[in-house]
Design a protein around this ligand. Structure first.
Ligand code: BMP
Length: 209
């Protein structure tokens, strides 16, 4: 258990597989999102899940029925977890959780994002997003490594939910600060997959933990 999740926002299957293989054994999960899935299709999920459990990050944000359909696609494609927005409300989030339970999978609810724009609308209501994640039965939340003090506040609201935290490295967040503030896992993308030596970059992160 490295407490590290690889965000694999590359746009080719070959590149994705080569980075995932090179870093095999280091990351506890691989997060794939729109860039890779829109380029190469859902089949990348099953492929990568031979290397590590895959979290499908489509930031699902629709009515309950549509969320249900989307989650069914993602879990049947081999995802171990999905990421959904919380702002759509309890019923939409519960639809994701219902499907996840059937697959023994996880739902992570987005609370406050890591970019500066999240301060405009998300941050003021982030604690309420955490409450929604709790009542809907989500496994965890996504909280910003760029603002460790916000991880600390959201941890207080989140109790035992798993906190996964993007924004380390390329976005300026510190791995250590995020974990010390209460994140269970840090999500790292560019600083690994854009590195000339992804394995060395990933090992350097491990050394920090
Ligand atoms: P990077 O380490 O290259 O900045 O990648 C971070 C990853 O986490 C990206 O896939 C991004 O879409 C995602 N992410 C984020 O950066 N902030 C959030 O608040 C939520 C995310 O899913």
């Amino acid at each position: 258990n490295s407490r590290l999740i690889l965000a694999l926002d590359v746009e080719s299957r070959d590149k994705a597989n080569s980075i995932a293989s090179e870093t095999e054994g280091i990351f506890d999960a691989i997060k794939v999102g729109y860039p890779l899935m829109l380029s190469e299709g859902l089949s990348v999920i099953k492929e990568l899940s031979n290397i590590a459990p895959v979290i499908a990050d489509l930031k699902i944000a629709d009515i309950p029925n549509t969320n249900h359909l989307i989650c069914n696609r993602l879990f049947s494609a081999g995802a171990q977890g999905v990421i959904a927005h919380a702002f759509t409300g309890r019923d939409s989030l519960e639809a994701c959780v219902d499907v996840a339970k059937r697959w023994s999978g996880d739902v992570y609810a987005v609370t406050e994002m890591s970019h500066p724009g999240a301060l405009e609308f998300m941050a003021p209501v982030a604690e309420r997003m955490v409450m929604l994640a709790l009542v809907a039965g989500a496994s965890g939340i996504v909280a910003p490594a760029t603002r460790p003090e916000r991880i600390r506040a959201l941890r207080r609201a989140a109790g035992g939910l798993t906190i996964i935290s993007p924004g380390v490295g390329a976005q300026g967040g510190s791995l250590r600060d995020a974990l010390e503030a209460g994140a269970d896992y840090a999500i790292v993308g560019r600083s690994v997959y854009e590195s000339a030596n992804p394995r060395a970059a990933a090992e350097a992160l491990l050394d920090l933990i």
